[in-house]
Design a protein around this ligand. Structure first.
Ligand code: ADP
Ligand code: MG
Length: 514
């Protein structure tokens, strides 16, 4: 469809922002660097006197593996329950854990979109700003530029004004660097597709009420308010000549962006700090729909599947972690499969093994008691360690938790990481099959009978090869080798940013006469 795709033309980090301390959902902007081992300069890394611990930890590891197991019947149950919950959520608002939110997007990008558009993406760890120059059918995406900024932790617990002012200010600085490359017709504001990755009750294409914060955010004064109004007000305070033309959930943005390149995309899934999924639904399959009509007869439904909770193999570590979160009892699927939580579950298991099974010998596990000390990128880096003595594992344990470990303890640590990540990836795969199953039941053969693409995005999916493999394995196991040939699970890098910009273009307040 497009003749030229420059992607991205620049990647800069706004230097003036503080990096987060290592804690809840914290990543620095240089996401990829987490897989590198970190060696302290003057500290001896391992004390070889650490006594062997494998035997005393064995029963704990066996029980963990048993409690986290996801054999085919468990996966099937999860997929069936996901499909059933989707139906109940489409029947009536509040009918299930899954909110099944209408996106108000019923025309997907056509390729005719033209002009300069911005996208703003507020995830859980970072916010990103993106500028895309669209050239219509002939020229496609002419250029994209983006910047990424980590969200300072104090803003996650501050006021709505503080958070939105920070976002508007980052956007303003990025817009200043447009550098006269594009001239806007006079009197026109620059238009933004605003990707907001928290549960929102959408009220129109460019408005939506925040239902609640998730992923560790506890910003006061936003719940119950229109998040577009919050951003527009902040942009006015900063004197920005910009306006939101489309409010887009991140999964919805990914679907729209991926569909621009490939007509077979029917589902999009985010696996980053949190998780969510959306898909293309027929209007006549949405009983709770009252007035909204779509010219295409189809719309995108945002499932908010992070709230799913049925049939999940949970452990005491999951329950304890949930009880300590700011939203206990909520977002259970998210807490089992997404990036914010995997490291924390592993930390809880290791702490128990250290306290009850002397996993780290005489080494004090005191620091391991700090919540969210171990982050999912650490878990990922430990699993990539293929050295004989697992030295990356040793140094991560030393650097982050101040514990000494011998090789047998490190092997157990890797097994714990693998157990938690395997469960997460396989359950995510079962969730995807649940969505496809629901779609197939309503339109026999139109999903499994032809090529169907599931567009994936998010830092966890992107950077964690074992997670990706476990997810794919579960899909293949559930569908069988024949049907699974038709289901393509594909990474759609930065699809959500471009998707949001495309949706801003498709819903431009100036029509399509650019
Ligand atoms: P957001 O969810 O905030 O929009 P991302 O999609 O970039 O942002 O996802 C960031 C999350 O991805 C991090 O919180 C972390 O859990 C996970 N992640 C980032 N890098 C890695 C990595 N190297 N390995 C595993 N997980 C990672
Ligand atoms: Mg995101």
């Amino acid at each position: 469809m497009c003749s030229l795709y420059l992607h991205p033309t620049t990647f800069t980090l706004l230097g003036s922002y503080r990096l987060l301390p290592m804690s809840v959902a914290a990543t620095s902007p240089a996401v990829g660097s987490f897989c590198l081992p970190r060696f302290p300069r003057h500290t001896p890394r391992f004390r070889m006197a650490v006594r062997s611990s494998a035997i005393s930890v064995g029963p704990l590891l066996t029980k963990l593996k048993h409690d986290c197991a996801t054999p085919l019947p468990v996966l099937r149950h999860v997929a069936d329950a996901m499909a059933a919950d989707m139906r109940s959520g489409l029947e009536i608002d509040g009918g299930s854990d899954l909110k099944m939110i209408l996106s108000y997007i019923d025309s997907l990008p056509t390729g005719n979109e033209k002009g300069l558009f911005y996208a703003l993406d507020l995830g859980g760890t970072n916010f990103r700003v993106l500028r895309v120059h669209l050239g219509g059918k002939e020229d496609g995406v002419i250029a994209t530029e983006f910047e990424q900024v980590s969200i300072p932790q104090d803003l996650m617990f501050g006021t709505s004004e503080e958070l939105f002012d920070f976002i508007a200010s980052g956007l303003g600085k990025f817009a200043e660097r447009e550098g006269g490359k594009f001239s806007m017709q006079s009197g026109r504001k620059r238009e933004i597709g605003f990707t907001f990755s928290f549960p929102v009750r959408q009220t129109s294409i460019a408005s939506g009420i925040l239902i609640k914060w998730t992923k560790g955010f506890a910003v006061s004064g936003t719940a119950g308010r229109d998040v577009v109004a919050c951003l527009n007000e902040a942009m006015e305070r900063q004197g920005l000549e910009m306006q939101v033309s489309a409010l887009v959930n991140d999964a919805v943005g990914t679907l729209a962006g991926a569909r621009y390149w490939d007509d077979d995309v029917m589902v999009a899934v985010i696996l980053g700090t949190g998780t969510n999924a959306c898909y293309i639904e027929r209007m006549d399959a949405i009983p709770k729909l009252q007035s909204h009509v779509s010219s295409s007869g189809r719309t995108i439904i945002n499932t908010e599947w992070g709230a799913f909770s049925k049939g999940l193999p949970l452990t005491v570590f999951d329950r304890d972690m949930d009880a300590a979160t700011i939203n206990p009892g909520e977002q259970i699927f998210e807490k089992t499969i997404s990036g914010m939580y995997l490291g924390e579950i592993v930390r809880r298991v290791l702490l128990k093994m250290a306290e009850e099974g002397a996993l780290f010998g005489d080494s004090s596990p005191e620091k391991l008691s700090t919540p969210f000390l171990l982050r999912t990128p650490d878990v990922c880096a430990m699993q990539q360690d293929d050295s004989d003595d697992l030295k990356v594992v040793g140094s991560i344990l030393h650097d982050s938790a101040s514990v000494e470990s011998n090789v047998s303890a490190r092997k157990i640590v890797v097994e714990v990481c693998d157990t938690i990540v395997k469960r997460g990836g396989r359950l995510a795969g079962a969730g995807i099959v649940g969505i496809l199953q629901k779609m197939e039941e309503d339109s026999k053969g139109l999903v499994f009978g032809k090529r169907t693409v599931v567009a994936m995005d998010g830092g966890l999916y992107e950077h964690y090869p074992q997670y990706r493999r476990y997810l794919q394995d579960a899909v293949t196991e559930l569908l069988g080798s024949e049907l699974s040939k038709n289901v393509v699970i594909e990474h759609s890098k930065d699809g959500s940013g471009i998707g949001a910009a495309l949706l801003a273009a498709a819903n431009s307040m100036y029509g399509h006469d650019l």
